[in-house]
Design a protein around this ligand. Structure first.
Ligand code: PXL
Length: 276
């Protein structure tokens, strides 16, 4: 038997199940890879104290990584919410020591409900220690803007320039996600050579919680299965677009994407790809 590829997410636990670790593991399952997790922080709002981010200590993070590494082994890793400079430092050093081949860095900064998922003094460590190790980074527009020193990004042209400039931080590829622009959901991939645009129709929904997490989780799953970066992004964008199309909510809050949608209903759209 060919065992499934072993994929780890290093991210925050999102108690509602839509984002973070929970979204990643659901996406891994749908992608037929073996999911593992290292939890960096627990996100959940306390009804009385209002505290929302409960970070784990460094020892707990190292312990989880060592367990998965020694008991299973790792074919690919995605990072999501890392919260602090200290956590980024330890994650970067673990990734370097373990010589992981496929690394997706999703530079998560702010959650859909405005939770602060990365401290301000952690940006430099993200730029200089973690991003240079990445096979691909997947910032959305606000994250790309912060990584480029608060640059304004408000057009497809600016999106492309952001991808080209972020490449200088040392990742092998950069995917800037333009979902926050008006019109179709356009993402731009730059690999130091080609600029590729992936276009999905705009879906009229608020239920997109965890969409970015699930997208980057699908990318790392595809990479470990041997797909190229371009194909990994293409299939992941198809997957997440269908999951958003069938997004739903149990309550009045912003709801999750539907992780099983592509398997259950087939692709809702076919993503358009073009090269400049
Ligand atoms: O969607 C970004 C995100 C990532 N990781 C965790 C989160 C969220 C959003 O709330 O809670 C843990």
């Amino acid at each position: 038997m060919n065992y499934p590829k072993r994929v780890m997410t290093i991210a925050g636990s999102s108690a509602g199940g839509s984002a973070g670790i929970q979204a990643d593991l659901k996406t891994f399952q749908e992608s037929d890879v073996y999911g593992m997790s290292v939890i960096t922080a627990i996100v959940g709002r306390h009804p009385r104290t209002n505290k929302n981010v409960h970070a784990l200590n460094i020892e707990a993070i190292e312990a989880q990584f060592a367990t998965a590494m020694n008991q299973v082994g790792i074919d690919g890793i995605k990072t999501g919410m890392l919260f602090s400079k200290e956590i980024i430092d330890v994650v970067a050093s673990l990734l370097q020591q373990a010589k992981i081949e496929n690394i997706v860095v999703d530079p998560v900064m702010i959650g859909k409900m405005n939770s602060k998922l990365l401290q301000d003094d952690a940006i430099l460590a993200l730029q200089t220690k973690l991003i240079p190790l990445a096979t691909i980074i997947t910032p959305n527009i606000p994250e790309a803007s912060v990584l480029l020193g608060d640059r304004e990004i408000n057009s497809e042209e600016a999106l492309k320039q952001a991808a080209i400039d972020l490449y200088e931080l040392g990742a092998k590829s950069v995917l800037v996600k333009g979902g926050r622009l008006e019109g179709p959901a356009i993402d731009v991939l730059y690999d130091g050579n080609e600029l590729i645009t992936y276009e999905a129709p705009r879906i009229n929904t608020v239920n997109t919680s965890g969409a970015g997490c699930s997208y980057s989780a699908a990318i790392v799953a595809n990479l470990t299965k041997g797909k190229s970066v371009q194909d990994s992004v293409f299939h992941a964008k198809n997957y997440i677009t269908t999951a958003i199309q069938y997004g739903f909510s149990y309550t009045e809050t912003v709801g999750p994407t539907y992780h099983a949608a592509e398997r259950k209903y087939g692709p809702a759209y076919r993503i358009k790809v073009h090269k400049d």
